[in-house]
Ligand binder design. Structure first.
Ligand code: URP
Ligand code: ZN
Ligand code: ZN
Ligand code: ZN
Length: 467
């Protein structure tokens, strides 16, 4: 039986326009939009009517960088696909692209199948996968072609973490050459991990074991150097490049230089780099461990370059890199040795709100908020226009957003499975009120109404941002 939902009276905001319009949803998809007061809109009837007066009606968020149940440093990130996607829904995100992991010595296929199984039946919202390639060789290069055909159209490589996920320049070049042919997009963790490991060892020898030294050894210059090298390798291979979790002003400068030459080079940053800094890493009593992630938080002065990059489109996407580890029992693994602190921050629930706060603060426009959080991630990773916009035919992934409500971010009230908030006590203006995933309410006026297994796996097309 067909169900019709009507969202009345809101301000529809997409990357392309703002419009006082009513939205008609039929069978899980957007059926039509009509400007308020028009005859068409007045004539619509529905089984369910949502009053969005004084609210924004925006596309569900697309978080293109999360790590549920991610193996790192001898432990696993504390959100699984059930808890993590439920928290995402609470925060107005209706699609995640997580990372399947190739274990060294095993095939991409095995790694991917393990992730299909981990997520199956668990997710509250729709999901897709990138593939982390930790061993580029003849066999895995061939597998990349098959994965692109299967809907896994992006591959993360690491210039950091020698002995774990690290690829050398030859491996990177070969993977890029392959992606230039098969249409895959290489996502790069750009930090010079070989040099960083030398600095880590030297710091520990000097007795510099506190979390703040994580930020000191993982130097901005070594992020910039790796970013530069990745860009050059991509240029040689004739491949596009997407640099993940950009945090250093010097790395942004490398992207700008490449883009000014017309190279297809893209950059993502994350809320933690926009709102947090090395001041957090320096918090006493090992509290700084809560803020250990890689690339690391930078001195506050770097933030201006990130905001500017987001405005000028030298940075195109804001994802969370959600990779939570509890303070108790997980972050604590690195007491007395910062290099043993599992890397990653929680945030999948906070992204849409923090970026709305950026609108309130005047860093970005309302439409740019939706562009960097919904539309561009969907286009970059082959999910558009099914995801990332509100247009006839698109999945009815819709957020009714109250721009006037205020809230205080806190571990007391968040839904992520982690014992702290990276934004504890921060007041933000704006709050998710209702969230539809393919037309189904998963959050209904601040009540969770979704369920594990509602979310479906969504294969992806190749990058749509190059056209
Ligand atoms: O610290 C981080 N970012 N942890 C997740 C893994 C990665 O490098 O993205
Ligand atoms: Zn195997
Ligand atoms: Zn990374
Ligand atoms: Zn990550």
């Amino acid at each position: 039986m067909s169900t019709r939902t009507l969202i009345r009276g809101g301000l529809v905001v997409t990357a392309a326009e703002e419009l006082h319009a009513d939205v008609l949803i039929e069978d899980g998809r957007i059926a039509a939009l009509a400007a308020r007061g028009t005859e068409a809109a007045a004539a619509w009837t529905a089984d369910r009517v949502i009053d969005a007066s004084d609210k924004y009606v925006v596309p569900g968020g697309v978080d293109a960088h999360t790590h549920m149940e991610f193996p790192f440093g001898g432990t696993f990130s504390s959100d699984d696909f059930e808890t993590g996607t439920r928290a995402a829904a609470w925060g107005g995100t209706t699609t995640i692209v997580d990372f399947a992991v190739q274990s060294p010595g095993h095939s991409l296929r095995e790694g991917l199948d393990a992730y299909y199984a981990k997520a199956d039946g668990k997710c509250a919202i729709d999901y897709a996968f990138h593939m982390i390639v930790s061993d580029v060789n003849d066999r895995t290069l061939k597998e990349m072609d098959l994965l692109v055909e299967e809907g896994i159209t992006s591959f993360k490589l690491f210039m950091a973490y020698p002995g774990v996920f690290y690829s050398d320049d030859g491996q990177i070049l070969r993977a890029m050459q392959r992606s230039s042919v098969n249409g895959g997009l290489i996502m790069m963790h750009a930090e010079n991990g070989i040099a960083i490991d030398v600095l880590v060892e030297q710091a520990l020898k000097r007795g510099e074991t506190d979390p703040r030294y994580h930020g000191e050894v993982r130097k901005a210059l070594l992020e910039a150097e790796a970013t530069h090298r990745a860009i050059r390798l991509a240029q040689v291979a004739g491949a596009p490049l997407y640099v993940v979790h950009v945090s250093a002003e010097e790395a942004v400068a490398e992207l700008i230089t490449a883009r000014d030459k017309g190279l297809p080079v893209f950059g993502e940053t994350c809320p933690q780099y926009l709102f947090l800094s090395t001041d957090n890493l320096a918090e006493p009593d090992f509290e700084g461990a809560k803020y250990v992630c890689s690339t690391p938080l930078r001195p506050r002065e770097h933030q201006a370059a990130l905001w500017r990059g987001l405005r000028t489109n030298d940075l195109q996407v804001v994802s969370t890199d959600h990779c939570p580890f509890c303070f108790t029992g997980q972050k604590e693994l690195g007491r007395g040795d910062f290099s043993k602190i599992p890397n990653g921050l929680p945030g999948v629930e906070n992204r849409m709100d923090l970026l709305h706060q950026a609108v309130v603060d005047g860093h970005i426009s309302r439409r740019r908020w939706i562009e960097i959080a919904c539309a561009t991630p969907a286009r970059m990773f082959g999910l558009y226009p099914k995801k990332g916009t509100l247009a006839p035919g698109a999945d009815a992934d819709v957020v009714i957003y109250d721009p006037a409500a205020t809230q205080v971010l806190s571990a007391e009230t968040h839904h992520m499975n982690v014992d702290y908030s990276a934004y504890e006590g921060k007041q933000v203006t704006g709050r998710v009120e209702t969230v539809l995933s393919r037309g189904e309410p998963v959050v209904d006026r601040r009540e969770f109404t979704g369920r594990a297994g509602h979310g479906v796996y969504t294969p992806r097309a190749t990058c749509q941002y190059l056209d």
